[in-house]
Design a protein around this ligand. Structure first.
Ligand code: SF4
Ligand code: SF4
Ligand code: FES
Length: 260
């Protein structure tokens, strides 16, 4: 780690001479190297994540953390795996966000506003305060998602909320007690099932799978010794970046492109 000035890495690696800053965990003061994320700082002081941690990459929404910094009245929220510590942070981990999750059969629902009225009536209590948007670590315009639903625009809600990681921070802050992650998930599901045009090539591929056209490939894979399988994986050919529509892999044995 010669020449390293900061504490970096997936594991907490502390460089010699890294500056220590104070943070408070459950009210107890600790000194931790600056530049760590909240998650790494907690591990540095001895905590182990048994729950409230998943991907460590800002994608699963499991590591919701509430904090305040000394002298600031504002309650702040962040993902522990993404938020870098600040001096005098007072931290609380949220083990999970309890939510009113409606039970439904998507095949029995209709893609309209009445479905939301029935399953999540609290959605219509939105005050348009925008607090949910300010809380979102994914920069989703959460209020606009809810407002577009209220106006009957499921497509807009589904598209705007697409990056949602279901962390629940918006729900924690909402004065109308709306369950945004589940409400917008329902919008995305309804949009995907009923409102988007069906992909013809996907239908065709499903038919091919049903006919068993890929079974021989799976059988072949099942027969390959583990070491050879690993080699195949590491040696595999990648599609070019950016994508070239005229590109084809060198090994064409596995291409099934007939049956138009
Ligand atoms: S919309 Fe809500 S649940 Fe989804 S990522 Fe943003 S804050 Fe988290
Ligand atoms: S926090 Fe709740 S009430 Fe405020 S805009 Fe968002 S959904 Fe509406
Ligand atoms: S651990 Fe997955 S978002 Fe932080």
């Amino acid at each position: 780690m010669e020449g390293l000035k900061y504490a970096v890495g997936d594991r907490t690696i502390v460089a010699e001479g890294a500056k220590l800053i104070p943070i408070y965990v459950m009210g107890k003061r600790y000194e931790v190297p600056e530049t760590l994320t909240i998650m790494k700082a907690l591990e540095y002081v001895g905590y182990r994540f048994i729950r409230g941690c998943g991907c460590r990459a800002g994608a699963c929404g499991a590591c919701v953390t509430v904090y305040r910094t000394a002298g600031d009245y504002r309650l702040k929220f962040g993902l522990a795996c993404q938020t870098v510590i600040e001096p005098n942070m007072y931290l609380v981990q949220i083990p999970f966000v309890p939510a009113n999750k409606a039970i439904y059969d998507i095949n029995q629902l209709s893609p309209d506003i009445f479905t939301f009225e029935k399953l999540y009536p609290e959605t219509f209590r939105c005050l348009a305060c925008n607090t949910c948007t300010k809380a979102c670590p994914m920069d989703i315009p959460v209020m606009d998602c809810i407002q577009s639903l209220i106006q009957g625009d499921i497509k807009k809600c589904a598209e705007l909320s697409h990056p949602c990681i279901m962390c629940g921070m918006c729900s924690l802050r909402c004065p109308a007690e709306i369950q945004h992650p589940f409400v917008t998930l329902l919008a995305r599901r309804l949009y995907g099932k009923y409102l988007t045009p069906k992909a013809k090539h996907l239908e065709k591929r499903i038919e091919q799978i049903k006919k068993g056209m890929f079974d021989w490939m799976l059988d072949e894979l099942m027969e390959i010794p583990l070491e050879d399988l690993k080699e195949r994986y590491t040696e595999r050919e990648f599609e070019p970046e950016p994508y070239d529509p005229d590109w084809h892999p060198k090994d064409r044995r596995y291409l099934i492109i007939e049956e138009d």
